[in-house]
Design a protein around this ligand. Structure first.
Ligand SMILES: [Zn+2]
Length: 158
């Protein structure tokens, strides 16, 4: 009897990020003269694949090199949460997260990596549980004056 309303409430929660500006979650910004990398590892996240409406979930990593501005670390997680709570594809989620950080902090460099298992691949279709998909996004100065991609990849990997 209660299932329709329960499911409706569940989707309201899972899709509560629709129409929200995720970058506005990064709202605790401080001026700080710190110009070395900041690394966040192993943030757990979950989202819903927009093709099958099944979850994908895993771990996210972020590296940024500030350019005069830092943000409270929980803000990066809240930002990813808003982006995750809408029908997504992992590639877009990855780009949107990097873009939000880039827009708010204008860091020298930001790099993010998401690794996730997709239930639409684990429990149906090719049925390959445990397969991880990795996506990455890089923004900022990756040229000779900035950080090399190899360096960022090493930091992302921990
Ligand atoms: Zn899918």
């Amino acid at each position: 009897m209660e299932t329709p309303s329960r499911v409706s409430e569940m989707y309201t929660e899972l899709f509560s990020g629709i129409g929200k500006d995720a970058s506005s979650e990064i709202d605790a910004i401080f001026d700080e003269n710190y110009t070395d990398p900041v690394v966040l590892h192993r943030l757990r996240f979950h989202s819903i694949c927009e093709h099958h409406l099944l979850p994908f979930f895993g771990l996210a990593d972020l590296v940024y090199v500030p350019n005069g501005k830092i943000a409270g670390i929980s803000k990066f997680i809240r930002c990813l949460d808003v982006l995750s709570r809408r029908p997504q594809v992992q590639e877009r989620l990855t780009s949107q997260w990097a873009d939000a950080v880039s827009d708010k902090l204008a860091p020298r460099v930001v790099a993010v990596r998401l690794q996730a298992e997709h239930l639409c691949m684990s429990i149906r279709g090719v049925e390959k549980p445990g397969t991880l998909m990795t996506t990455m996004a890089f923004r900022g100065d990756l040229g000779s004056n900035g950080m090399r991609k190899e360096e960022l990849l090493r930091l992302l990997a921990g």
